[in-house]
Design a protein around this ligand. Structure first.
Ligand SMILES: [Zn+2]
Length: 289
């Protein structure tokens, strides 16, 4: 089993004002999890590469990360691994004050105390954790209809409104072109509107048809939904190949359609129809010349 597909959110950057032990513990916890969860050397390497990238992106020095990985490799961490807890020592939790806590903790350790350093408050700890947002806009497989009745099925690991905005931007950019080239990387929705400029994509009727937070499961679900619904706007069958032998039973997939709350902010989502009509007029005028 590999955990690479799960998003890692680092709550503690390396340049934050916390004791180095607290920051190192972030590295240890991610590395330990990789060693415990990955079932093959290949998966472990991929997972450790991913963790390294995420941590470096959050300011963690490569040598700190590699040192932790090396130590864990040398310690022969196994699935039965559990951190040692010295129960017989009294615990003491100290706030981190650079230059003072280090001296104090070394003296307290010599006196037989087990010293802990709780992580300080971060900006995110003052803010709402956004639980409502996660439950109302989770990642998964979505469906977007066009005014002609055709549909498009896609998937996203992010909140759906982000993906809708990208589709709308792609349509807007595509409609600025007079001719599409092979190397143009526009979405299938953009191609559909370019080829049918009188149509309009009904972003306000986009629906999340399956909530699937795990990347691999999401790709499989997308391919199954495409096999089941055969959306006319899609250019391919998704990123995961589903054998045709499954097709007769794809109708058994339970699809829970839920209307996506239409974001009022981005103008491009609302202006798509206008842009399509403008493009249509432009293309017709060029054709008559
Ligand atoms: Zn259409």
């Amino acid at each position: 089993m590999c955990i690479e597909s799960q998003l890692i959110v680092i709550d503690l950057r390396y340049d934050s004002y916390n004791h180095p032990i607290v920051k190192n513990s972030v590295v240890y916890s991610l590395v330990d999890r990789a060693f415990l969860v990955c079932s093959s050397d290949f998966e472990l390497k991929a997972e450790l590469d991913y963790i390294r990238d995420v941590l470096i992106g959050n300011g963690y020095p490569r040598k700190v990360i590699d040192k932790v990985i090396f130590r864990r490799k040398m310690s022969g961490i196994t699935k039965n691994f559990a951190p040692k807890i010295e129960d017989d020592k009294p615990f003491l939790s100290l706030p981190y004050i650079k230059g003072i806590t280090d001296i104090l903790s070394s003296k307290l350790t010599k006196l037989g105390f087990k010293v802990f350093f709780p992580s300080g408050r971060t900006i995110s700890s003052f803010l709402n954790k956004g639980k409502d947002k996660i439950t109302s806009d989770p990642p998964g497989v979505y469906e977007i209809p066009c005014s002609c009745g055709d549909t498009y099925i896609g998937r996203t690991m992010r909140p759906l409104h982000h993906r809708l905005k990208e589709h709308a931007d792609s349509i807007d950019a595509c409609l600025k072109k007079t001719k599409l080239k092979e190397e143009d990387n526009f979405s299938a929705l953009a191609h559909h509107i370019f080829e049918n400029p009188s149509h309009s994509i009904k972003f306000d009727q986009a629906q999340l048809i399956a909530i699937v937070p795990q990347l691999l499961k999401q790709k499989i679900r997308e391919a199954l939904e495409i096999a089941k619904n055969k959306p006319a706007i899609n250019k391919d069958n998704g990123e995961f190949h589903i054998s045709e032998i499954w097709e007769p039973i794809t109708h058994k997939l339970k699809t829970h359609k839920r209307l996506h709350p239409f974001p009022k902010g981005p103008t491009s989502l609302r202006s798509t129809r206008t842009a399509a009509i403008n493009a249509s007029t432009k293309i017709r005028a060029m054709a008559q010349q």
